[in-house]
Write a protein that binds this ligand. Structure first.
Ligand code: BGC
Length: 364
């Protein structure tokens, strides 16, 4: 996975896009399979995973409102917490039966949707992977997401910066956490972070106390906070009886807070802990000086971009993409439209959330 360079101009263009809600092809360089166009009030399916983080909760409401405002019949569904994969498969099949013209999918398990997306294609629907890539199928037309590799490299850099701010020189004791192995993003986040951290592990600046550096060892099943908390409890007992722990790479905010809970329960000082998603509780924690960093992946912009793609398809145009190299799903390279993530610490939180009515008050 290569790194993506997204300019300030692109950020400004996206902000404009979000405000105006208009269909823009400014950043488009190539597109996906052309659609013939379809009725302006067509059914658009949106299949989201279970609500493992606040961004998914926000996305559902934004899709419902945004698709309605654009004149479409939105059908927004979440997979349940227990039978997640089966729920989502059934929901997508039902969308196909209802004649959805576009199906937007935030995959519960990106490797287990081949049958459903094939049925969608056979019925003439366009399939857009939202936030998480759909793997091992030719039947996914587009991907819309924040730049996942960049998310990881920003997390890695934040961890290093936070450590240096506390103590000018290493070695620093750290531990690594990654996301759920059924989410294609988890590896990309981890690879991005390790692109920054691995050279510092190799030169001895960073020491992974437990020795657990492999993505299989660091994974957090189903992105569940209790799984991160129990792994952190075990690491503290096995490795940090006498030693201090200086930093923890956490792939998102839910897990960051679980890691901090574990450290507090063990009576240890809170290490530098990274995150992602700008969840309200984590923004509060950052302002209180506990969690060190998060990532702003403004859900409003991502949903707006996905709806822009739907509008373009409705008009018979190709869905825009700005990256046609990075996202190989095992069968094809899926044309992607990537948005730029923003690192947030206590230092820039007020500026980063200035236009966010929910988060801005938390930074005052
Ligand atoms: C998303 C993250 C989120 C995680 C758990 C990932 O696919 O990109 O933003 O924290 O899923 O919900």
């Amino acid at each position: 996975m290569r790194k993506h360079v997204i300019t300030t101009a692109a950020i400004a263009a996206l902000a404009l896009l979000a405000v105006s809600g208009c269909s823009s092809r400014t950043a488009a360089t190539s597109g996906t399979e052309a659609a013939a166009g379809f009725a302006k009030d067509a059914t658009i399916g949106v299949a989201l995973p279970s609500k493992t983080s606040e961004n998914w909760v926000l996305a559902g409401g934004l899709f419902t409102d945004g698709l309605k405002a654009a004149g479409f019949k939105g059908d927004v569904q979440y997979a349940g917490a227990s039978t997640t994969v089966k729920d989502q498969q059934d929901q997508i099949s039902a969308m196909v039966t209802k004649g959805a013209k576009v199906i937007i999918i935030g995959a519960a398990d990106g490797g287990q949707l081949s049958t459903q997306v094939k049925a969608a294609h056979d019925a003439g629907a366009v399939v857009i992977a939202y936030d998480r890539l759909i793997l091992n199928t030719p039947n996914v037309d587009s991907y819309v997401a924040y730049d996942n590799f960049k998310v990881g490299s920003l997390q890695g850099q934040a961890l290093l910066d936070g450590l240096k701010a506390k103590k000018a020189t290493g070695p620093y004791n750290i531990e690594l956490f990654s996301g759920s192995s059924d989410d294609a993003n988890s590896k990309v986040f981890f690879d991005g972070a390790m692109s920054v951290l691995q050279p510092k592990i190799t030169d001895g600046t960073l020491v992974v106390g437990s020795g657990q550096k492999d993505i299989k060892q660091t994974a957090t099943a189903a992105w569940k906070s209790e799984n991160a908390q129990s792994r952190m409890d075990a690491l503290l007992t096995s490795t940090y009886g006498a030693k201090s722990i200086d930093g923890v790479l956490s792939p998102n905010d839910t897990l960051a807070r679980a890691i901090i809970t574990s450290v507090k329960a063990a009576g240890k000082p809170i290490p530098v802990v990274t995150g992602q998603d700008s969840e309200a509780e984590s923004v509060k924690s950052i302002m209180a000086g506990e969690q060190y960093s998060t990532i702003n992946k403004d859900t409003r912009l991502l949903v707006t971009q996905a709806i822009t793609m739907v509008k373009d398809l409705q008009a018979g145009q190709k869905a825009p993409s700005n990256d046609t190299k990075s996202y190989n799903n095992g069968v094809k390279i899926v044309p992607a439209f990537l948005l730029p993530p923003v690192i947030v610490t206590k230092l820039n939180a007020a500026a980063a959330y200035a236009n966010d009515p929910l988060l801005s008050p938390l930074t005052k």
